[in-house]
Design a protein around this ligand. Structure first.
Ligand SMILES: C[C@@H](N)C(=O)N[C@H](C)C(=O)O
Ligand SMILES: [Zn+2]
Length: 238
């Protein structure tokens, strides 16, 4: 081998080994802050994952928005547009037990085939709010007494709802939500056929999917299996 060829081979070998070193240095020189940041990013990405893939108990509390985007919301107690005339919720979360959410999604799917969707006024209600309601309106026909068995809302198994068209068109139910008078009773017949039929559509579907109405409020539905749940101290907003 001529000395020229030998020098060329040695030059190439040297260049390769210094390139390897510089790649290794890139890895080693990653600052501890950058490493911690990348761990933080992957943890926060994990947190953002929706709980859909988790195996949940029927009793677990879920936010219905994590399971369906087909519902509408007008969470009145997170506004002052309610019979308390004051905001009593710090957020608009609509929480309920997982079994209740599954039944509601089926009810909503069925309504959607008929051109309607469910709009929520209230879902899980913390018991301290039930006390505030009772203080203002202590009439057990319209507000469950928290000093007795409390409300099924406090268990995460009752909903206050109406129906609307698929593009948000209002559906006339005869009275406003939380109208505390006989016009809100299911037995009241003083409205047009149209209004009575609208109430009938909601009631028929809800009963079919395992919910019970109460005599005095067209908007309130209790999940049939609610006796296995107890009043919960689940926080509404986290
Ligand atoms: C207050 C009203 N929206 C309601 O939910 N009433 C029932 C009876 C309850 O408090 O459980
Ligand atoms: Zn209710």
């Amino acid at each position: 081998m001529s000395s020229r060829i030998l020098i060329s081979i040695l030059t190439i070998l040297f260049a390769c080994s210094s390139k390897e070193k510089s790649v290794q240095q890139d890895v080693v020189e990653d600052s501890p802050i950058a490493v911690v940041d990348s761990i933080k990013t992957s943890i926060s990405e994990e947190k953002q994952e929706k709980p859909k893939s988790q195996i949940l108990a029927d009793t677990s509390f879920v936010n219905i928005k994590d399971y369906s985007s087909d519902f509408a919301f007008d969470m009145r107690y997170a506004t002052s547009n309610n019979f308390l005339d004051t905001v009593v919720y710090d957020c608009e979360n609509c929480l309920m037990r997982y079994a209740v959410a599954r039944a509601l999604i089926k009810a909503n799917d069925s309504l959607m085939q008929r051109g309607y969707r469910i709009k929520f006024f209230d879902c899980f209600r913390p018991v301290e709010v039930q006390f505030k309601m009772w203080e203002i309106y202590p009439d057990a026909r319209y507000v469950a007494n928290p000093n007795k068995s409390g409300s099924v809302h406090n268990k995460g198994a009752a909903l206050d709802i109406t129906i609307e068209g698929l593009n948000g068109e209002p559906v006339d139910m005869g009275t406003e939500f939380d109208h505390f008078g006989e016009e809100a009773h299911h037995a009241y017949t003083g409205f047009s056929e149209q209004v009575l039929n609208n109430r009938k559509i909601l009631k028929g579907i809800m009963e079919h999917f395992g919910f019970n109405s109460i005599r005095t409020e067209w908007w309130h539905y209790n999940f049939g299996g609610n006796s296995r749940y107890s009043i919960s101290d689940q926080p509404l907003c986290e």
